[in-house]
Design a protein around this ligand. Structure first.
Ligand code: ADP
Ligand code: ADP
Length: 228
């Protein structure tokens, strides 16, 4: 079954009297459980694609669905609910709360999701175990390496058990060896948990060995959509 569909999607921005086309003619389906890389040069539409897929922004045209959610029809509250229940996101900058421990950072989405305090600690610890940081739970971000901070971010993205894991340039702030470990962690999560993963990157070479599919964007269009 498919998890994500884009049906003739376009996104344009009005800049004064000009219309900038960030994405156009996007029709794809992503089956449940697939690992997809989205690649392309700067300005090709990668960020716009992720913003639409995560309901940070609405399409100007066409229809996007994720599971039972029709992303073009959501009000702000529903968008937030969609993000909390359906997706986990990791960013280039790790976006951890510096005053909180790893475990507290990972537990944050559980608070927003209304999970009982008694369940939060165990679930956060479990997510940190999965990313290999079971022995660093009480460290604050400044006491962790970049790679460890990104692992915390992966644990935070997974702790609510979302069907879709999105990664926006997840290695952009890491050296190449550490970046490779993060990609391998995403592959592990995909393989072990059957989770659908979409990774946006400038660098196809870093995901080539794990991805099942590559969507190449150029000037807001799909230049190629290939199985790997
Ligand atoms: P990428 O992530 O591949 O660098 P983007 O999705 O950020 O590409 O941008 C695609 C195109 O849309 C670019 O031409 C960019 O300038 C334009 N664009 C993106 N966001 C906006 C915005 N908020 N307002 C105006 N133009 C935008
Ligand atoms: P966008 O999301 O708008 O496409 P990015 O935030 O991904 O832009 O950054 C654009 C470029 O700057 C990329 O080539 C990225 O690798 C590089 N970059 C961004 N932040 C850093 C950083 N902290 N260290 C090294 N390179 C960076």
């Amino acid at each position: 079954p498919s998890l994500v569909t884009f049906d003739d999607v376009a996104k344009t921005y009005e800049m004064g009297s000009e219309t900038v086309t960030a994405l156009t003619d996007i029709s794809i389906t992503i089956p449940q459980g697939q690992f997809v890389a989205v690649v392309g040069p700067s300005g090709s539409g990668k960020s716009t694609f992720l913003h639409l897929l995560s309901a940070m922004d609405r399409p100007s045209r066409g229809r996007i669905t994720v599971g039972d959610w029709d992303l073009g029809s959501l009000d702000r509250q529903q968008q937030a609910r969609f993000r909390r229940s359906m997706i986990g996101i990791i960013f280039q900058q790790f976006h951890l709360v510096p005053t909180m421990t790893a475990r507290e950072n990972v537990a944050l989405p559980l608070i927003l999701a209304g999970v009982a305090p008694s369940d939060r600690q165990g679930r956060a610890a479990n997510a940190l175990d999965i990313v290999g940081l079971g022995d660093r739970m009480d460290h604050r971000p400044a006491e962790l390496s970049g790679g460890e901070q990104q692992r915390v971010a992966v644990a935070r993205a997974l702790v609510t058990d979302p069907p879709l894991l999105l990664a926006d340039e997840p290695t952009g702030n890491l050296d190449s060896e550490t970046g490779e470990q993060i990609i391998d962690l995403l592959e592990h999560v995909h393989h072990e948990q059957g989770r659908t993963v979409v990774v946006v990157t400038h660098h196809f070479d870093e995901v080539q060995h794990v991805t099942e599919r590559v969507l190449k964007l150029r000037d807001g269009r799909i230049l190629a959509d290939e199985d790997c």
